[in-house]
Design a protein around this ligand. Structure first.
Ligand code: P6P
Length: 336
């Protein structure tokens, strides 16, 4: 790990180069993906920031005041990421929450050895109430023969990710990522258009302050889940009560808990037996981040990163955050 004495002038580009130098065998392909993701994030940040002003909200297929075809912001974010990364020669396929099938690299572009999976704008329904939203991404390495990425290449356990991260579009725009060498946060300085290293080596506190859960589903949970949430809320006297903080935007809730310590829970319920969140491009990347920061993530019985996916858009129950609090979930749900 390079020792940064003055983090105020470490751009993400410099940080990526210095990280790459730690690995003589590195080809620079992964670094190139991170550059392109940083660029796409700046472009999306611009769109999100202006969303309330230029009438680009609303359902896809309608027309805006200029009579232009209306696009939802998450479709716009999706297209920004695809176009920023499809021609760099580092990827052999992509997958997005916005697209049912995997996204091939156009025939005119060279293929690389990596795959990018992403949720382009998670929580986008919160835009019009000015709640922070986010982009979540996961990078895998191709495992099948041939040059084009396949569904099989996408369906790898989260433990096989080579990089993961998120961008939070809030009071400031932050990009937080890991390549397995710790978690590092960069804050966008819009006056110069650069992401600057603001949070080197992020660590999540062992015990959580915050509990993030939508307990309007309480009647749909199992007795074990209800007992677990009561534990976190200090109602069974076995744990101090956690402060409930839930904004309904995964990246915003996760980011606050990463910084202050906490647990985010989206349990299975009788209407959604696998919960709501997507394994491949929501649960896995944030699980990689949180483990690298000293936390943990489970579906209630298994480590999230050990789950072998069977479908591209499959969902998973999700408990992620401070290690001691995730351990309580495992103990109370899996009889662990
Ligand atoms: P609920 C946003 O729609 C999202 O996908 C996540 O960002 C968020 O954590 C979750 O759904 C909120 O879901 O059911 O509590 O409204």
């Amino acid at each position: 790990m390079v020792n940064h004495t003055d983090t105020s002038v470490v751009t993400i580009e410099r940080f990526i180069v210095e990280q790459e130098r730690l690995y003589p065998a590195a080809t620079g392909e992964l670094s190139g993906i991170m550059y392109d993701l940083a660029l796409a994030s700046k472009m999306i940040a611009n769109k999100v920031r202006l969303a309330g002003l230029v009438d680009i909200l609303g359902a896809k297929g309608t027309e805006n005041v200029q009579g232009e075809a209306q696009q939802k912001l998450d479709v716009i974010a999706n297209d920004i990421i695809v176009k920023a990364l499809d021609h760099g020669g580092r990827l052999c396929a992509m997958a997005s929450e916005e697209e049912e099938a995997i996204i091939p690299i156009p025939a005119r572009f060279r293929r690389g050895k990596y795959l990018l999976l992403f949720d382009p704008l998670d929580g986008s329904s919160n835009i019009d109430v000015n709640v922070p939203v986010g982009t979540i991404f996961s990078v895998l390495q191709k495992v099948t023969p041939g040059v084009d990425g396949t569904l099989e290449d996408m369906l790898q356990e989260g433990a096989r990710q080579v990089a993961a991260g998120y961008v939070i579009y809030g009071a400031s725009t932050m990009l937080v990522y890991t390549t397995g060498q710790g978690v590092h946060g960069f804050t966008l300085d819009p006056s110069i258009g650069e992401f600057l290293l603001s949070h080197p080596d992020m660590r999540i506190p062992e015990h959580g302050r915050y509990l993030s859960v939508n307990d309007s589903y309480e009647a749909l949970w199992t007795d074990e889940v209800r007992a677990l949430i009561r534990r976190y809320r200090g109602l069974d006297g076995k744990r101090a009560a956690m402060n409930v903080r839930y904004v309904g935007s995964l990246v915003a809730d996760f980011h606050r808990n990463l910084l202050g310590g906490g647990l985010f829970a989206y349990p299975a319920n009788s209407k959604s037996p696998n919960g709501k969140l997507r394994l491949l491009y929501e649960c896995n990347p944030l699980a990689f981040i949180v483990e690298q920061a000293g936390g943990a993530a489970t579906d209630g019985s298994r480590r999230i990163l050990d789950i072998k996916p069977t479908e591209l858009h499959q969902r998973s129950p999700y408990y992620v955050g401070s290690r001691a609090d995730v351990a309580i979930a495992t103990e109370m749900l899996a009889g662990g």
